[in-house]
Design a protein around this ligand. Structure first.
Ligand code: SF4
Ligand code: SF4
Ligand code: SF4
Length: 280
């Protein structure tokens, strides 16, 4: 697979179809692969593909200049779909080198998201590396952790989140690593008006996480990178999965599936609440 991948990446660069190809190279931390940016065919020789290629490289496409080639697993392609739907890049400016992927590992164990994977073969791609892999419905409940919290009383839930989020040090690694958090200026960094005070305490932390969860509603594709990046082991996946579940139930919309679909948050359907007047 890696030789095919390198050959296709080199072709894209030498034919000048793209200015850069974003892929993986051997990292320096444990066995994890690191992002790699190839601007010449020689740079491509650094590329690797293995179970340690966990990073969602889509984070870089909204920052790259010119035409971009990107190595993307099925889950990463979901975020590229979201970025294109939100008009942050044009489909014709990105060449997706999709990977047929049967799973990645975090600290030697299969990543949780891989247990529920419905995109072993990416939804969209320009070039596919590897043979197509069929996705089967998982026998596990992807919303199990969400249900555990939902089953608590409101008081227990409040305590759970207050205690859990009080550990947050507001380093914003979760934001930095998220491919859908691409705003030039995040609400947490705005000082006029100042939506949230900078100081780290229970109330401010709660506010940050609530606003972020709403900003990610109908947009988070569940790559799990925010939780993986968190130095305080905060289970951010539960919050984002809860929002995804609510949006699926209320609007029948799942992010990262259909590039032609209108994201739930950008759509207003009068049938959803016929009594409500809207600005249009
Ligand atoms: S979720 Fe699917 S595409 Fe993503 S790493 Fe796991 S198996 Fe691969
Ligand atoms: S990465 Fe973790 S500690 Fe840092 S801001 Fe996000 S939730 Fe808080
Ligand atoms: S799982 Fe986290 S990093 Fe991935 S899209 Fe959702 S909020 Fe962003």
């Amino acid at each position: 697979m890696i030789e095919d991948l390198k050959e296709k990446a080199k072709e894209l660069l030498t034919s000048k179809k793209v200015d850069v190809v974003i892929g993986y190279e051997a990292g320096t931390y444990k066995d994890y692969a690191s992002p790699s940016f190839a601007k010449t065919a020689k740079d491509v020789d650094r590329f690797v593909w293995n179970k340690n290629c966990v990073n969602n490289l889509a984070i870089y496409i909204t920052k790259a200049k010119g035409k971009v080639g990107i190595i993307a697993k099925g889950c990463d392609v979901k975020s590229i779909i979201g970025i294109i739907q939100e008009n942050q890049i044009n489909r014709e400016d990105v060449v997706i080198i999709g990977i047929a992927c049967d799973g990645v590992e975090i600290d030697g164990e299969k990543a949780d998201k891989c247990n529920f994977c419905d995109v072993h073969t990416p939804k969209i791609y320009d070039i596919l590396i590897g043979d197509k892999i069929e996705s089967k419905e998982s026998s596990q409940d992807k919303y199990k952790e969400v249900a555990e919290i939902e089953n608590k009383s409101p008081e227990e839930r409040w305590k759970y989140w207050k205690d859990t989020l009080s550990k947050c040090i507001r380093c914003y690694a979760c934001r930095q690593v998220c491919p859908l958090c691409y705003c030039d200026k995040c609400f947490v960094d705005t000082t006029v008006p100042q939506w949230i005070p900078m100081s780290v305490n229970e109330d401010n932390n709660m506010m940050f996480h609530m606003i972020r969860a709403y900003h990610m509603a109908s947009r988070c594709i569940g790559c799990g990178e925010c939780q993986r990046a968190c130095p305080m082991n905060i289970p951010l996946n539960i919050l984002s999965k809860k929002m995804t579940k609510e949006v699926e139930e209320m609007f029948g919309y799942t992010p990262g599936v259909d590039i032609e679909a209108k994201p739930a948050i950008q759509d207003f359907n009068k049938k959803e609440d016929p009594d409500k007047e809207f600005i249009m």
